[in-house]
Design a protein around this ligand. Structure first.
Ligand SMILES: [Zn+2]
Length: 167
């Protein structure tokens, strides 16, 4: 086989591999399940008794007129105990009688206090109810407590439209 022929064969093989990897990426993108909390992998040991390291949690969701959604969550631990805080925040949409996560993000703070103002990349669609679910890990050394916190429900629809409304 000539060098040129071999190069062409190499090139077409690379092209096929490139296209394959690209389509695999596209598949993976479509397969992301933002409702799968088992994706949360945190180090350390869970403490069964809660609210030992955490003093207060506040969370709310804002949606502006074009659907841009922001999760705000503030976690305050006991200053003498809490050493690290991990916040996973999920944008949830009310759909067919249950809450479905449509976007998520996470932040880690090496402190007894944590505050996020997370802008989701997914926009809210008009006519729906939204809230955030915050999955919070507050550490004291290697040991952590896990606390779930939900925001207010944001009724992102006109008051006359209750077709997709939770209440
Ligand atoms: Zn509603």
């Amino acid at each position: 086989m000539g060098n040129k022929k071999r190069m062409i064969k190499m090139f077409s093989l690379l092209t096929i591999m490139f296209i394959l990897s690209f389509s695999l990426n596209v598949n993976a993108e479509g397969g992301i399940d933002n409702n799968d909390y088992s994706n949360e992998v945190v180090p350390g040991h869970e403490k069964t008794e809660r609210w030992s390291y955490t003093s207060s949690i506040n969370s709310y969701l804002t949606i502006d007129t074009n659907g841009s959604s922001t999760s705000t969550c503030t976690v305050t631990g006991y200053q003498s105990l809490a050493t690290k805080i991990i916040i996973y925040t999920y944008l949830q949409k009310y759909q067919n009688g249950s809450w479905v996560s449509v976007d998520s993000g996470s932040s880690t703070f090496y402190s007894w206090h944590a505050a996020i103002e997370y802008p989701f990349s997914v926009y809210a669609s008009w006519g729906r109810d939204y809230r955030t679910y915050n999955s919070i890990y507050v550490y004291s050394g290697d040991s952590y407590e896990h606390i779930n916190a939900y925001s207010n429900v944001h009724h992102y629809h006109s008051s006359s439209d209750s077709s997709n409304c939770i209440s």
